[in-house]
Structures are given as structure tokens and as C-alpha cells.
Design a binder for this molecule. Structure first.
Ligand code: 3PG
Length: 211
């Protein structure tokens, strides 16, 4: 299954920021135990790359992607480490070209008509919409879907257990992304069962909406 189909099937893309790569596998397993089989590990920390490598090698049941990829060098390293999709906060044509060349799905952040047109030119129709809560949320995505029929959005930024349903109820939204299930405090305290509980709750919302 294509990585974006896996994201859609799960309905949730957890955004995970790790300070220490040793937490990667326990976090991945906690997500899996909560019925989430997708994980975006961000490159915001020095541990990001080793964490991606560990999950890609040790946890084949989980689709691991790289987040906050802002340079082609980073993108290259993430693909080499085993990232199965590449998420960027914005649209960078060079990163997208590299992903296309390597046949690794790119999920670039696009919130304006100009950025969406640039992504469409590259054949990308599922886009990250970030920060969703600041850039107009679902109302903005609906307005943008007028001229750009067929485009869908994975909103991140400000999504949580309380508002995920309103986004996911829209056919424009194959999945929502966010960090609410994997808080830095829980990870550093080793409270992985809290991640499992939050994941299970989020998946229950997806199932309730989709039947
Ligand atoms: C992202 O990188 O997509 C966001 O930082 C996630 O946003 P959140 O922390 O508000 O969920």
C-alpha cells in the first residue's frame, strides 16, 4: 500500500519529537499497541535520524516517516535511514523532486493557492496543511478545494483529541496529524502506556466516524 494510503487507513499521523533515540522503539511499540501503525519522527532534534533508522529496522509493522525535513541533504539522509515518507513544513521543489526521483512519497506543507499550484505541478495531491489552526482550519481547506478539486489535506498544528473529529469528518481530510498522543513529558518519563491510551482513543474516533 502507498504510504499515503496507509496514513489514510490509519486516519492519524502522530508527530513525534524525540530527544533521545533510545525512546524511538518504545514509542513506536506504544503506538502499535494503541492500533496506530504510522509514525512521523521529526528532524527537529539531533536524535531524529537515529530514531528513524531504529524504527525502520526494528519495527517493520510501523510505517515510519520523517518530519520537519527542510533541506535536500536531510531528505537524502532520512531516505537512507529508512523513512517511507517525507514531511516538510513548507513546499520546497528540490525536496519534492528528490522524493519523486527516489519514489518516496512527499507530504509538503501548502496553505496558499500558489503553494498548492506548485505541488499540483509536481503531481502531489495530498498536502500537509500547517499550522492548521492558524491558517483557517477546515474553512480554509474547504475554500481552497473550490479551485483545486481533488486536492486533500492532512492538517497538523493545534489538532487534539477534542477537535480531531471535526477535521476527520470532512472528505477533504484523509488523516489528521499532531503531537498530542506522544507528549515530550510522557516520553521522557517513560510513560509509554499513556501514549497507547491516547492512541487507542484517537483510533476510536476514526472508527466511529468511518464505521
Ligand atoms: C507538526 O510538526 O506538524 C506540528 O508541530 C504538530 O503540531 P502540534 O504539536 O500542534 O500537534
Amino acid at each position: 500500500m502507498h504510504a499515503m494510503e496507509r496514513c489514510e487507513a490509519c486516519g492519524i499521523v502522530p508527530v513525534v519529537v524525540l530527544q533521545d533515540a533510545k525512546d524511538a522503539l518504545p514509542t513506536a511499540n506504544a503506538l502499535l499497541a494503541g492500533d496506530i501503525d504510522v509514525m512521523e519522527i521529526t528532524m527537529r532534534t539531533a536524535a531524529g535520524l537515529d530514531a528513524i533508522r531504529a524504527v525502520a529496522q526494528e519495527c517493520p509493522a510501523l510505517l515510519v516517516g520523517a518530519g520537519t525535513v527542510t533541506t535536500t541533504a536531510q531528505c537524502e539522509a532520512c531516505i537512507e535511514a529508512g523513512a517511507r515518507f517525507i514531511v516538510s513544513p513548507g513546499f520546497d521543489p528540490d525536496i519534492v523532486d528528490l522524493c519523486l526521483e527516489r519514489q518516496v512519497p512527499a507530504l509538503p506543507g501548502c496553505v496558499t493557492p500558489t503553494e498548492i499550484m506548485a505541488a499540483l505541478k509536481k503531481g502531489i495531491r495530498i498536502l500537509k496543511f500547517f499550522p492548521a489552526n492558524i491558517y483557517g482550519g477546515l474553512a480554509a481547506m474547504k475554500a481552497l478545494s473550490g479551485p483545486f478539486g481533488g486536492v486533500r489535506f492532512i492538517p497538523t498544528g493545534g489538532i487534539n483529541a477534542g477537535n480531531m473529529a471535526e477535521y476527520l469528518a470532512s472528505p477533504l481530510v484523509p488523516a489528521v496529524g499532531g503531537s498530542w498522543m506522544c507528549s515530550a513529558a510522557d516520553i521522557s518519563a517513560g510513560q509509554f502506556e499513556k501514549i497507547t491510551r491516547a492512541s487507542r482513543a484517537a483510533r476510536a474516533v476514526v472508527r466511529e466516524l468511518r464505521g
